[in-house]
Design a protein around this ligand. Structure first.
Ligand SMILES: NC(=O)c1ccc[n+]([C@@H]2O[C@H](COP(=O)([O-])OP(=O)(O)OC[C@H]3O[C@@H](n4cnc5c(N)ncnc54)[C@H](O)[C@@H]3O)[C@@H](O)[C@H]2O)c1
Length: 442
C-alpha cells in the first residue's frame, strides 16, 4: 500500500519505517530540511534502538523515502498520516498549529480520495477541525474531492518503539466509515497477525482513549510518589510497599515505581492538555490536576534532598548527575527530571558534572556551553571533583557501579538515588551515605 507520513520525529519515523518493513511504499515528509537531509544520508537524528538498521534496509530497498516536498507526499499515499508534534501551549492546551497546517496543505494539494489519519496525540474534536481545514482548502480551490479523517493514536514507547509498533497491544482506530476501517485493518494486518488487535470505535472515543491511557499511567506514577513521600515520613520503605501491593493482580507491578517524577514529551503535556480540555467542557478535572501537581513537586524532591544535605547552601558545590534523558534507552530530554534538577542546582549556585549514555548531544544542544556544566565523557569522570552524586535516569549501566570508586571520588560520599537503584544497606557498607525516594535516609 502507499503511505505518506507527515512528521519524521519519534513517532513519524518509526511509523514510516515499520510500514515500509511490512512491504508498503512510504514517503516521509518533514518541514525540517536539515533533518530530511540527514535522513537521506542514512543518518538517524534520534536515538531509538534498532531504528538505524530498519530505516537503512527500507531506504536501500526503495520502500522508504524522505522529502520536504509535501505535494509529493500528498500525491503518493492513499493514507496520509499526521505524526507532527502537539506541544503544550502556555495554558496547558495542546498546540494544534502543526496538525492543522498539515491538514490545510493536504486540502490544498490533494487530487484524489485520501484517508487522513491523525496519529499525533490530539484533543477530542480535533478530527472535526482537521476535516474543516481540508474542506476549507478544497473550497478555496473550488475542488470537490472525497476524503476521510480517522483517529489512530499511537501508543509506542520511546526506547522500545519498534517492538511496540511491530507487536502492538492494540491498534485504536476511530472512524464511522466501515470501508475505511477495513482499509486500515489491511494496512495493520502484518502487525496484528496472531490475533486481531484492532479496536474500532467512534472518532471522539479514539481521541480520548490516548489521553486516558497516558493519564492513567501518569496517575499510577504520581500515586506511587505520594506513597513514597508518606513512607519516608512514616519510617516505611516504599520499595517493600511496592512489592507488597504489586503482588495483587488487580494492581500489578508495572508502572508503580517511585522516582524523581515523570517527564518526556507525552505524560506532562497530555495530562495538562486533558485537564485543560476538561475546563472547556466546564468540568473541573481534580484528579488530573492533582496528578500534575504531585509530579511537579516530585521533580523538586532530589534537589530538596541535596540542598538539605548541605544545610541549604549549595554555592560552590558540584553535583555529579548520572542520567539526563527522561528515561533509559532514549536521548529525549523533553521535560526530563534531570533538567529541573540541574536548573535548580544552577540557580542555587552549584555546578553540575553530567553524564548520560546517549543524551550528551541533546544536552549540549539544549544548554550549549556554560561554565557551571561539564558534560563528562563517562560516568566515572562525572564524579571527578564532585561533592555528591545524583542519579536521575535508571540506565542499565548505572545499576552495578563500583561503589569504592564512587566513595573515593566524591568529596562528600553521598548518593542521591532518584530511581531507587540500590539497596541502601549495601551502599552504606561502602561508607557512602544513601538517600533514596521514599525509604528513609543515610
Ligand atoms: N514520542 C513519543 O513517545 C510519542 C508516543 C505516542 C504519541 N506521541 C505523539 O505523537 C506526536 C509526535 O510526537 P514526536 O515525539 O514524534 O514529535 P517530534 O517532535 O519528535 O517530531 C515531530 C516532527 O514533525 C515535524 N513537523 C512539524 N510540522 C510539520 C509539518 N507541517 N509538516 C511536516 N512535518 C512537520 C517536525 O519537524 C518534527 O520532525 C505528538 O502528538 C505526540 O504527543 C508521541
Amino acid at each position: 500500500m502507499k503511505v505518506t507520513v507527515f512528521g519524521s520525529g519519534y513517532v513519524g519515523l518509526v511509523t514510516g519505517a515499520c510500514f515500509a518493513e511490512a512491504g508498503n511504499h512510504v514517503v516521509c515528509v518533514d518541514i525540517d530540511a536539515a533533518k530530511v537531509a540527514r535522513l537521506q544520508q542514512g543518518e538517524i537524528p534520534i536515538h531509538e534502538p534498532g531504528l538505524d538498521a530498519l530505516v537503512k534496509r527500507n531506504f536501500d530497498k526503495g520502500r522508504l523515502k524522505f522529502t520536504t516536498d509535501a505535494e509529493e507526499g500528498i500525491r503518493h499515499g492513499l493514507f496520509q498520516f499526521i505524526a507532527v508534534g502537539t506541544p503544550p501551549e502556555e495554558d496547558g492546551s495542546a498546540d494544534l498549529s502543526h496538525v492543522l497546517a498539515v491538514a490545510e496543505t493536504i486540502g490544498r494539494h490533494m487530487t484524489d480520495y485520501r484517508i487522513v489519519v491523525d496519529k499525533s496525540t490530539v484533543p477530542v474534536g480535533t478530527a472535526d477541525k482537521v476535516r474543516e481545514c481540508i474542506e476549507q482548502a478544497l473550497g478555496e480551490r473550488g475542488a470537490r474531492i472525497e476524503f476521510d479523517v480517522v483517529s489512530n493514536p499511537e501508543f509506542l514507547k520511546e526506547g522500545a518503539a519498534i517492538a511496540d509498533f511491530m507487536k502492538p497491544d492494540r491498534v485504536i482506530v476511530g472512524t464511522e466509515n466501515p470501508r475505511t476501517a477495513e482499509l486500515l485493518k489491511t494496512l495493520y494486518d502484518p502487525f496484528t497477525r496472531n490475533r486481531d488487535r484492532m479496536i474500532v470505535m467512534d472518532v471522539r472515543s479514539a481521541e480520548l482513549t490516548k489521553y486516558a491511557a497516558n493519564a492513567m499511567l501518569a496517575t499510577k506514577i504520581s500515586f506511587m510518589n505520594e506513597m513514597a513521600n508518606l513512607a519516608e515520613r512514616m519510617g516505611a520503605d516504599i520499595e517493600k510497599v511496592r512489592v507488597g501491593i504489586g503482588s495483587d493482580p488487580r494492581i500489578g507491578y508495572s508502572f508503580i515505581y517511585p522516582g524523581a517524577g515523570y517527564g518526556g514529551s507525552c505524560f506532562p503535556k497530555d495530562v495538562k492538555a486533558l485537564a485543560h480540555s476538561a475546563g472547556e467542557y466546564q468540568f473541573d478535572a481534580q484528579l488530573l490536576k492533582s496528578v500534575e501537581a504531585v509530579n511537579k513537586k516530585q521533580k523538586q524532591v532530589l534537589f530538596n534532598k541535596i540542598s538539605g544535605y548541605f544545610g541549604g547552601d549549595l554555592k560552590g558545590k558540584t553535583v555529579a548527575v548520572w542520567g539526563l534523558a527522561f528515561k533509559p534507552n532514549t536521548d529525549d530530554m523533553r521535560e526530563a527530571p534531570a533538567r529541573e534538577l540541574m536548573e535548580a542546582l544552577w540557580k542555587a549556585g552549584a555546578r553540575v558534572r553530567a553524564y548520560d549514555p546517549v543524551a550528551m548531544g541533546e544536552a549540549a544542544r539544549i544548554y550549549g556551553n556554560r561554565a557551571d556544566l561539564v558534560l563528562a565523557k563517562d560516568a566515572e569522570s562525572a564524579l571527578d571533583g564532585a561533592d555528591v552524586l545524583a542519579i536521575v535516569t535508571e540506565w542499565q549501566e548505572f545499576r552495578s557501579p563500583d561503589f569504592e570508586v564512587i566513595r573515593d571520588a566524591l568529596r562528600h560520599p553521598a548518593i542521591f538515588d532518584g530511581r531507587n537503584l540500590y539497596e541502601p544497606a549495601m551502599v552504606k557498607t561502602f561508607g557512602l551515605k544513601y538517600y533514596g525516594i521514599g525509604r528513609g535516609s543515610e
